[in-house]
Design a protein around this ligand. Structure first.
Ligand code: PNS
Length: 187
């Protein structure tokens, strides 16, 4: 049954999707759209971590995500520092969404989910699996492939690809040349 506030209006369900998003990838977008099929609103919460040395500043990451979701009022972008559960509580989210790509994600995610539950049992972690085609995708690999001249076109939103090009000052990686068809033998 939908939750209602004192005035009897249906309460909008809100989930927080936290992460580093350095940069956001199509795998993240996939999880967000799955989140939107269950929750009314998803807030993408970027961790501000002064100990990490990200490629994109927090402001750049916010801008890239805003650009990717321009015109979609069900997706919000925010930043946080400190404990994730405190942030979720503060913004009124009862759910944390995390993506699970493979078994290798499981141990870290399991530890985080249980620690977060211990810290605040009112907040539930929900795991969502991305499409199989994104099960190997990570921000780290996108950066590495781009830096080495590989194509990332179908792996990140177009705005991210453009900003990667700006950052590295590189020409867009060209697609592989079409295979030459074998000439018909002259008889
Ligand atoms: O994209 P990432 O780097 O896997 O995201 C990790 C993140 C931001 C979800 C995690 O590091 C986090 O929640 N940090 C906030 C600090 C916190 O709450 N720590 C205790 C919970 S384990």
């Amino acid at each position: 049954m939908p939750h209602r506030n004192r005035e009897g209006h249906r309460k909008r369900s809100l989930a927080v999707f936290p992460g580093s998003f350095d940069p956001i990838t199509n795998g993240h977008l996939d999880i967000i759209s799955r989140g939107l099929s269950v929750f009314d609103q998803v807030t993408i919460a970027i961790l501000v971590n002064p100990e990490k040395h990200p490629l994109f500043t927090v402001e750049e990451r916010v801008a890239l995500i805003r650009e990717s979701y321009r015109g979609n009022d069900r997706v919000k972008v925010d930043t946080f520092s400190g404990l994730l559960v405190d942030y979720a509580e503060r913004v009124g989210a009862a759910v944390i969404v995390r993506g699970l790509r493979a078994i290798s994600d499981f141990e870290y995610e399991f530890q985080m989910a249980l620690m977060n539950r211990r810290l605040n049992p009112r907040i539930e972690t929900v795991f969502m699996m991305p499409a199989e085609s994104y099960s190997y995708l990570s921000s780290r690999l996108v950066k590495e492939v781009f830096q080495l001249g590989g194509p990332v076109r179908d792996l990140v939103p177009p705005v991210v690809e453009r900003r990667l090009r700006d950052k590295y000052g590189a020409a867009p990686p060209s697609p592989p040349p079409p295979r030459r068809r074998a000439r018909a033998r002259r008889t």
